[in-house]
Design a protein around this ligand. Structure first.
Ligand SMILES: *Cc1c(COP(=O)(O)O)cnc(C)c1O
Length: 734
């Protein structure tokens, strides 16, 4: 884990005695804490688990349940005694208990009280909560995880629904030629903080969905994320056909049929699960089209329970439904043909009393157009009264993209607003930075961090202190890179020289630029490769050296993406770049956390306007790194000329090739004229004062605005309360 340097607790002799608590009671306290993912955003608790066995902690992907399962209560007590952990265990346990019981004084209790008995049901196909829970692949998952953590912190009444993937997303290895290989590992359920979800009678829940091809069943797990229950549907149940038992094995695996079946389970199955749990949501929040079948099942329940007509039930359900679109990239919008839709939705459609054509019409822009396939985003937009994009620019793009759904409206009146994404601060903030904030922002800042005024105090920080803190984080990142690089070499059986070189790779004093994200084409990880000679000249100036850390996975079916990874990874064999450009394998939350906490600069150069928001750069802000980014997604509304660096001028080109070439030039210009000179402009004490100014500006102007606390508060105020009928405010339109 990256949060280190927590001073050991002062031994409190009244608590650190064997006699106070039996080994079994101590073990039970640890288990209780490990079984709520609350621990994952509390560095002092993370460090407590790590201190139980630092080596195994790392080997077990930072999984406390797996770690505890390797110890007997007596061994744990022995270790706790040696390491003086009794007080820390008691404290962690007490703090969790207080957190869970302390629900009356939260922001949510004050501002979202009406949702109390009818919570928000938050649907997402993936949740990225911690590296030890591999049920996410990338941005959408991490965002969903951050959303529910902030909802927990704010005390917003919310339950989450997702799928349990027992093989999750793949582990990435590069072979000796730099080519990506995927490894799927079975997750051990007993090592996850999950238990069977139970109905009000205490019975485990299994839901069933009728298709024309037979019944599809799923069991339901409960994972506790602070105060938020996360319910995960899992098709690995007896009674399902063998191929269906594997339906939810992998994230974004399989063909289009797998896809619609997974989405049927998430949407329709998710709503059935909530009913079985005795939960009656006041708001349904659908994230991306994956769960957009959900309202159909809610409509069915309304018709069945209260004898409503389809049209009346649809109107009522749409009022309670919020749809968030997360990408303008076409591949992100699932489409199914009529046969697949009828096979899977046929029985439900009959209960709704609508024809096949009517159902198809809900997923089509032009309901009667038989050449149009069924689009999950279209049905999501049609079955929700409130929809939003995830940044201001993405709002504009989405309104244009879906304008033909409302042909009688002008573009400004297309009912898609925006709520810009943000990140869960406690999950991404490095401990040394947290200490700095504790000192300058006031002890209570974590409770009020959604308020921009709180962050103005960052201007009181001594520049030298900020710089030193950043450099400590940077050296921790370099240690991590060296450890990973040598491990990668050993895994590939490279010779001792290579391993030794990996152990010493990178220069702690050089300007360090990070780039980590999925290797999707529009993200243009290869933009810098377009002018390789000039690039080499730029970064190899011996007075002002620059180095790059890359990471990211390509989708298993994406050959061009894999080729791109190969090209970048193999630069390590090129004498111009050896030791200056490294590729860290298996990008995940852990790799991401190290990178965003330690880099000087975070590079982001997507093809505008395809990056709907992006959140990794927001994590960098909190830790004192500077963004250097195309004016796309969140950065288009964040950059003010003094809080980072902007690539280009927010223009787009109709021709991709010309646009790419122009942005490639602009990237080198910004690096050469702005980033590198500013970083190496030092005062007599060796401090880059203007650079530190930018760090301060970045934190002061961006930390609050791009926090998940602000994001969730916006959803509550502008979306959830309106959908629940509490207030009649309008969705925030730009
Ligand atoms: C934050 C994060 C992302 C999303 O970042 P982008 O800026 O959208 O690329 C993806 N993967 C991981 C592991 C992350 O931590």
């Amino acid at each position: 884990m990256s949060q280190t340097e927590i001073p050991p607790a002062i031994p409190d002799s009244s608590h650190d005695r064997w006699t106070d608590v039996t080994p079994q009671a101590l073990y039970d306290k640890c288990t209780t804490v490990a079984r709520n993912l609350w621990w994952s955003w509390h560095p002092e608790v993370v460090n407590l688990f790590r201190d139980l066995d630092p080596v195994r902690w790392r080997q077990l992907d930072h999984n406390p349940i797996a770690l505890l399962s390797e110890m007997t209560p007596d061994q744990l007590a022995q270790r706790a005694s040696e390491m003086v952990l009794y007080t820390r265990i008691n404290q962690a346990h007490r703090r969790l208990k207080e957190y869970l019981s302390n629900t009356q004084t939260t922001w949510g209790a004050r501002e979202a009280g009406v949702l109390g008995s009818s919570p928000v049901a938050y649907f997402s196909a993936e949740f990225g909560i911690h590296e030890s829970v591999p049920i996410y692949s990338g941005g959408l998952g991490v965002l969903s995880g951050d959303h529910i953590k902030s909802a927990s912190g704010l005390g917003v009444p919310l339950v989450a629904i997702g799928l349990f993937y027992d093989q999750g997303f793949f582990k990435q290895h590069l072979d000796i030629d730099g080519f990506q290989h995927e490894e799927y590992l079975d997750t051990k359920v007993e090592n996850l903080a999950m238990e069977p979800a139970r109905d009000p009678q205490g019975e485990p829940i299994t839901i069933a969905i009728d298709t024309l091809d037979g019944k599809l069943q799923a069991k339901v797990w409960l994972m506790r994320v602070g105060r938020v229950p996360l319910y995960l549907l899992d098709c690995d149940v007896e009674g399902n056909r063998p191929e269906d038992r594997e339906l939810t094995s992998r994230l974004y695996g399989g063909d289009v049929r797998t896809r619609i079946r997974q989405e049927l389970v998430l949407g329709v199955g998710g709503v059935k699960a909530l009913r079985a749990l005795g939960i009656f949501p006041g708001v349904f929040h659908l994230n991306e089209g994956h769960s957009a079948f959900a309202p159909l099942e809610v409509i069915r329940q309304r018709m069945h329970d209260d004898g409503m007509t389809f049209d009346d039930a649809l109107r009522e359900v749409a009022q309670k439904t919020v749809f968030t679109t997360h990408t303008p990239v076409p591949a992100g919008h699932d489409r199914f043909d009529a046969n697949l839709v009828e096979e899977h939705l046929g029985p439900l459609r009959q209960q709704l009393g609508i024809s096949g054509e009517q159902l198809m019409g809900l997923g089509r822009v032009e309901p009667q157009n038989e050449n149009e396939s069924f689009c999950m985003t279209v049905i999501g937009l049609k079955l929700s009264r409130r929809a939003n994009a995830v940044s201001s620019l993405h709002g504009h793009v989405s309104r244009r993209m879906w304008a033909h759904l409302w042909p009688w409206r002008v573009e400004e009146e297309i009912p898609i607003g925006h709520i810009t994404n943000g990140v869960h601060v406690p999950s991404w903030l490095a401990y040394p930075m947290q200490s700095l904030y504790d000192k300058y922002l006031g002890a209570n800042w974590q409770q009020t961090m959604g308020d921009p005024k709180v962050w103005q105090n960052i201007y009181n920080v001594d520049p030298g202190e900020l710089w030193e803190t950043h450099n400590a984080l940077k050296s921790r990142l370099l240690e991590f890179v060296r450890r990973r690089m040598s491990r990668q070499c050993r895994y590939r059986n490279e010779d001792e020289n290579a391993v030794e070189a990996a152990r010493n790779v990178l220069d702690p004093s050089a300007l360090t630029i990070g780039f980590a994200r999925r290797f999707a084409t529009y993200k243009r990880a290869d933009l810098f490769l377009r002018n390789l000679d000039r690039f080499s000249e730029l970064i190899n100036d011996s007075n002002r050296p620059v180095q790059f850390i890359f990471a990211g996975k390509a989708h298993p079916a994406d050959e061009p993406g894999k080729k791109l990874i190969q090209r970048i990874a193999n630069l390590r064999h090129d004498p111009q770049f050896a030791g200056r450009i490294v590729f860290i394998e298996d990008y995940d939350i852990n790799v991401g956390r190290h990178l965003i906490q330690g880099v000087d600069v975070w590079l982001n150069n997507p093809r505008r306007p395809l990056e709907a928001s992006g959140t990794s750069g927001q994590k960098v802000v909190l830790n004192g790194g500077l963004n250097c980014s195309v004016l796309d997604g969140w950065w288009a509304e964040a950059y003010n000329g003094k809080n980072g660096f902007g690539i280009g001028h927010g223009t787009q080109h109709a021709d991709d090739e010309i646009g790419d070439q122009r942005d490639a030039e602009e990237l080198l210009r910004v690096l050469g004229d702005e980033v590198i000179p500013l970083f190496y402009d030092r005062d007599a004490d060796g401090l880059p004062l203007e650079w530190i100014d930018r760090m301060t500006n970045s934190i002061a102007t961006l930390a609050a605005r791009f926090s998940a606390h602000r994001m969730v508060m916006d959803y509550v105020k502008h979306s959830y309360l309106v959908a629940a009928g509490g207030v009649s405010a309008k969705m925030n339109m730009p």
